[in-house]
Design a protein around this ligand. Structure first.
Ligand code: GDP
Ligand code: MG
Length: 450
């Protein structure tokens, strides 16, 4: 084996404002399957899509890529958005090694673009900016899936000028946000400058260039982070807890280190004591028998990082999305301590008085808490879970009217809580966009003061 075997696939996540093209870009990347099984085809994982170096070579028309890069490919998490990014953690940092920030070239920066950049600054995650929807520039002459330089040459001078101007505007907005940047093909040092790649997620133009820049970033920034122990015990993050017909509660996870085997003892973080259980089955998507839903998955005996996999095991009902998961091959108690420590790393500081906040995952709770801290709004209590009757009763006891408030990020208000809240002075703010929650709260405080 060469040194390649020591580097796992980097995990990539897509962030950006609503409607700027996150889903379309991921669909386009998924759609690049040549035919399943053929060399250089993408591999569909649970919750993620893997693009191997061979396919990137093919798309870029550079057969020498595998010699230039020691990273074996890219693993895209299928759930886009900064909610997914902040929820999915690994060892206190972000699960995603690299991020694509997508900006609609015709709209420029929007609130969620800025929020994404703030989050990336805090996590120190390397990222690339794509200027999407360049095919919408009036007079655009498309060439499906072409690299940027090839399609750029085919445009009229007027279209080129408009494109240059729009990219220049994005560079200006990045500067305002505290980042030096340039069009990616003019960047010589990606450690000092952010690359901006013009693309169209619809026509696929510029996507080969985007994949290349991501490979380069992975190589430059992450080499040490991507080295892993292919035979060590599996370490991962729970994407989602899902009820599956005939299997009961299962968890979808991204494994980012080591190996996970059928029969392994696993330890999963929870709001109470970590959950200890045994892997009953490891499941991958099944494409050969898509007709019968009970054959949606096929069993495998083991998986190696980085990969997305579904785990069937007893006692998974109360697992929280975003939780750490580790295989325990030796001393189980030591692994339990490791998992606990990992959860403690996600710290939220609370005060004697302040807001009560709820969110759906540990990571998203922390993201909300960070944004509030930025605004110097104190937090009294921060908890994972839906807004319950108990929350209403607790908050009813708070005298300060500005803190008789519950802020819920990506959670539900349970029916009995809703009813109780109606007959109280408690104000509920529930949304799935952080900046909206904070803006709405601040606006409400202003109105109350007026
Ligand atoms: P998301 O909210 O960020 O996931 O955005 P979507 O991927 O759902 O895209 C929003 C809309 O923009 C959809 O109607 C897409 O078809 C469209 N769209 C996305 N990317 C492109 C693009 O590159 N070119 C054009 N013309 N339309 C696009
Ligand atoms: Mg979407």
């Amino acid at each position: 084996m060469n040194e390649k075997s020591n580097l796992r696939t980097p995990i990539v996540s897509v962030m950006g404002h609503v409607d700027h093209g996150k889903t379309t870009l991921l669909d386009k990347i998924r759609g690049t399957t040549i035919t399943s099984g053929e060399a250089g085809a993408i591999t569909q994982h649970i919750g993620a899509t893997e693009v191997p170096i061979d396919l990137i070579s093919k798309k870029c028309g550079d057969s020498n890529l595998a010699n230039k890069f020691i990273v074996p490919g890219l693993l895209f998490i299928d759930t886009p958005g900064h909610h997914a990014f902040t929820s999915l953690r690994s060892r206190g940092g972000a699960l995603a090694d690299l991020v694509i920030v997508i900006v609609d070239i015709n709209e420029g920066f929007m609130p969620q673009t800025k929020e994404s950049l703030e989050i990336l600054k805090r996590f120190k995650t390397p990222f690339v900016v794509v200027a999407n929807k360049m095919d919408r520039i009036h007079g655009w002459n498309p060439t499906q899936d072409a690299p940027f330089s090839a399609t750029y040459q085919n445009q009229s001078q007027r279209v080129k000028d408009i494109l240059d101007q729009k990219v220049y505007e994005i560079v200006g907005e990045l500067y305002e946000a505290g980042f030096n940047s340039n069009r990616y093909d003019r960047v010589t040092d990606f450690q000092r400058n952010i690359g901006v790649v013009p693309i169209s997620a619809s026509t696929g133009e510029g996507i080969p260039d985007l994949l290349m820049v991501l490979m380069g970033l992975a190589q430059k920034f992450l080499e040490s982070d991507l080295s892993y122990d292919a035979d060590g015990p599996g370490v991962g993050t729970v994407l989602e807890v899902k009820e599956e017909k005939g299997l009961g509660a299962t968890i979808d996870l991204i494994l980012y280190d080591g190996k996970l085997r059928k029969g392994d003892t696993i330890v999963i973080g929870s709001s109470g004591e970590p959950i200890k259980t045994k892997v009953r089955a490891l499941l991958k998507p099944n494409y050969l028998s898509e007709i019968r839903t009970e054959d949606k998955f096929r069993q495998v005996n083991e998986v190696t990082a980085a990969t997305g996999v579904k785990v069937s095991a007893p006692d998974l009902e109360n697992v929280l999305a975003g939780s750490p998961i580790r295989a325990a091959t030796g001393d189980v108690d030591r692994v339990v301590d490791e998992v606990k420590k990992e959860l403690e790393d996600i710290k939220i500081s609370t005060e004697n008085t302040g807001l009560t906040i709820k969110a759906d995952t540990i990571g998203s709770l922390e993201a909300l808490a960070n944004e509030l801290a930025e605004e110097e709004i104190p937090i009294r209590k921060a908890e994972v879970g839906d807004i319950s009757q108990r929350d209403i009763i607790e908050v009813s006891a708070i005298e300060d009217q500005y803190y008789s408030v519950i802020i819920g990020f990506n959670v539900k208000v349970l029916p009995d809580a809703k009813e109780k809240a109606q007959f109280s002075d408690i104000k509920l703010f529930v949304n799935d966009v952080i900046y909206k929650l904070i803006d709405d709260y601040k606006e409400w405080v202003e109105e109350k003061k007026a």
